[in-house]
Each structure stands twice: as C-alpha cells, then as structure tokens.
Design a protein around this ligand. Structure first.
Ligand code: GAR
Length: 206
C-alpha cells in the first residue's frame, strides 16, 4: 500500500532534499512525498520541492489561534492524500509547535529530526547548547512526535564528536551531514513496517 508523505518545513530545506532524493531514487519505495507545506513564503525548501516537481503550499501564520492553524495544515495534508490512518508527516526544520490535537491525529505516523542526541539539548539552538555545555560528543536524533517538544520515542541517532575549536558553523555542518543519513533511513524503516512502539521504546525489526 502506498504511504503518502507530507513534509512540513520552515527554511533551508536540506533535510527535505535528502528525503526527496531518497523517495525518488527508490531508496524508499511506495512512499511519495505528496505535499511540502511551509509556514513561511519564499524559503529555499519551496524551491527544492519545485525542482523535484513536488506540490507545495504556503500556510502563513496569520492567525494566532494555534488550533485554527493546525486545522489548515490537516486540511492541506488530507487534500493531498496524506490521510491520518495511512499517510505520514515529516517535520524537517518546521519551527512551529503543533497542538496536541494535530499530533494526536497523526500519532505514531509523524517523525521529526533534531540536531542533538536527545534527551540532551531539546528546543532551539541545539548545536550551540552542546558547545556551551562543553560536551565532547553530540549528534542528531530522529524520533516520533509527541505533544511535548523533542520528547518522543527515539528511532535512530548518530553521534558526532565535538572537535577542539569547533565553531557553531563547523559543528552544525558535521551534524547536518549525519541528519541527511539517518532521516531517510528512519523513514524507510517506518514505511517497510519495521518499527514497533513499545511504550517509550522503538523496536527495530531486522
Ligand atoms: C536541521 O538541523 C534540523 O535538525 C533542525 O533544523 C534544521 C533544519 O535544516 N530542527 C530542529 O532544530 C527542530 N527542533 P534544513 O531546513 O536544512 O533541513
């Protein structure tokens, strides 16, 4: 069965690009990206989607009511065939909190990528948080989305060593490279039915 994917973005779109490459090259099968939705107009992620011939929508944050905003998101996803029971939603640098109602609708079918080894350094500026804390190892995490920020069951992680003299830019770039590896891999595992949720744990079947 086809699992239609909706990707939510806010900016640069490098993870979106990695996901588009994975779904169009056959690395991930039977799971086309059906719609890319941005909360900001004019961002690079939208150009990337267009380059791949993928439909896009901009849903600007013109309403303060979060429930009304998320209802618009759900409408757009469903219009493009990303149904709560059979589709999948991927957050790829989507810098907006989602309501528990929206998260509940796509519960167990919505993933996020975060640039730290969660549960360390959730929230904004994760790479700077790692530098400030003086950790020797950080990395990135793909996890299921729950209503709490960056807190859902962990699917895959990659560690990245912090080098002496790393700048925010140099560390972020090395983490980003690993993000582009583990995000498509986690989506492939999900689409192939290899992930089972047991409480907070994600069991990966070989
Ligand atoms: C990525 O580093 C992603 O991990 C991060 O935003 C960046 C988006 O880049 N997400 C978060 O911090 C979520 N808490 P991209 O638009 O090039 O994919």
């Amino acid at each position: 069965m086809t699992c239609k994917i909706g990707v939510l973005v806010s900016g640069r779109g490098s993870n979106l690009e990695a996901l588009l490459k994975a779904t169009t090259s056959g690395f991930i099968k039977n799971a086309p990206i059906a719609i890319v939705i941005s909360n900001k107009p004019g961002v690079r992620a939208l150009d990337i989607a267009k380059r791949f011939g993928t439909p896009t929508e901009v849903i600007p944050v013109d309403v303060q009511d979060r429930a009304a905003y998320d209802a618009k998101l759900a409408d757009a996803l469903i219009r493009h065939g990303v149904e709560p029971g059979s589709g999948m939603v991927l957050l790829a640098g989507f810098m907006r909190l989602l309501t528990p109602e929206f998260v509940g609708r796509y519960s167990g079918r919505m993933l996020n990528i975060h640039p730290s080894l969660l549960p360390s350094f959730p929230g904004l500026n994760a790479q700077q948080q790692a530098l400030d804390a003086g950790v020797k190892v950080t990395g990135c995490t793909v996890h299921f989305v729950v209503p709490e920020v960056d807190a859902g069951p962990i699917i895959l992680q990659r560690a990245v060593e912090v080098a002496e003299g790393d700048s925010l830019e140099s560390l972020s770039a090395r983490i980003l490279k690993q993000e582009h590896v583990i995000y498509p891999h986690a989506v492939k595992l999900f689409v192939e039915g290899k992930l089972t949720l047991k409480g907070r744990k994600v069991i990966i079947r070989p």
